[in-house]
Design a protein around this ligand. Structure first.
Ligand code: IPE
Ligand code: IPE
Ligand code: MG
Length: 252
């Protein structure tokens, strides 16, 4: 099934405009609002994260099914360490569980998983599961799913700067030759196209340090919906809305 079919089928014929050729290649998601979703229901925040992780599984399956090529999901920021330890544990355990059960979670999909971010600060279990799942899925040719984990745009850029400085000190590169293209080879997202569309749920209108280098010309969509309530239909609507936008990149 093509993206167009999916969008078209959603409202049984209501969408007739041709949006083929305007599909995003890469969508970024800032899945915000788990905590507020839970608080509203008188539940502990951990229940919001649990619900949010189920939403994520649905959306990943959906994106693979409709033929999206790249999806990057912000699962834990470099600033999220400022949360209570118990909440951090909940988030890490959910991710560990997902990766441990990757065979089952990804059954019937063609998803390739990779992690971007600083892996050094992560639990031994995550550091074991990450290479395992990356290896397990490396030949999958469907959705390229990136989890931004212990990720921050500023630390990614600093990491790249340090590596370039090392290469310059070792005379592997001449500082005069550093172009935008070369710089991008040092980012976690090397070989990944810039995000076309970034969706943030829960009404906050900020990047919170997500893909700051890569998103200079991304289209943003801010939704009031809290992440656990985000549906496949919201995703299809987001893609349809994106297809109607006029991207100018500074031109006319
Ligand atoms: C997003 O939901 C999940 C992560 C940060 C991992 P929040 O936990 O930020 O939920 P709110 O923003 O407090 O409602
Ligand atoms: C952004 O959400 C990070 C993730 C969704 C992982 P936050 O909830 O951490 O962002 P702020 O603190 O509201 O900016
Ligand atoms: Mg939040």
């Amino acid at each position: 099934m093509s993206l167009l079919d999916v969008i078209f089928n959603l409202k049984a014929g209501k969408y007739t405009e041709d949006i083929s050729g305007k599909m995003p290649a890469h969508i970024g998601i800032i899945p915000d609002g788990n905590g507020r979703w839970a608080s509203r229901r008188g539940l502990p925040r951990s229940m919001g994260h649990r619900a949010g992780s189920n939403t994520l599984k649905r959306i990943v399956t959906y994106c693979d099914r409709i033929g999206l090529k790249y999806l990057t999901v912000y699962v834990f920021s470099t600033e999220n360490w400022d949360r209570p330890q118990e909440e951090i544990n909940t988030l890490m355990k959910l991710l560990e569980g997902y990766l441990q059960n990757a065979e089952k979670e990804l059954a019937g999909t063609n998803v390739r998983i990779r992690i971007i971010g600083d892996l050094e600060g992560l639990s031994p279990e995550l550091r074991k599961q990450i290479p395992r799942v990356e290896e397990l899925t490396k030949n999958n040719s469907g959705l390229n799913l990136f989890f931004a984990l212990n990720y921050g745009g500023r630390s990614e850029i600093l990491h790249a700067v340090r590596e370039i400085a090392d290469d310059a000190a070792a005379s592997k590169i001449n500082p005069k030759d550093i172009t935008k293209e070369i710089f991008e080879k040092y980012l976690y997202t090397k070989d990944v196209p810039d995000p076309d569309l970034i969706i943030r749920t829960s009404g906050e209108m900020r990047t919170s340090n997500f893909l700051i280098w890569q998103s200079v010309y991304s289209e943003y969509l801010f939704l009031n919906t809290r992440w656990p309530d985000f549906t496949e239909r919201d995703m299809a609507e987001a893609i349809r809305g994106y297809a109607k936008r006029n991207r100018r990149y500074g031109g006319i």
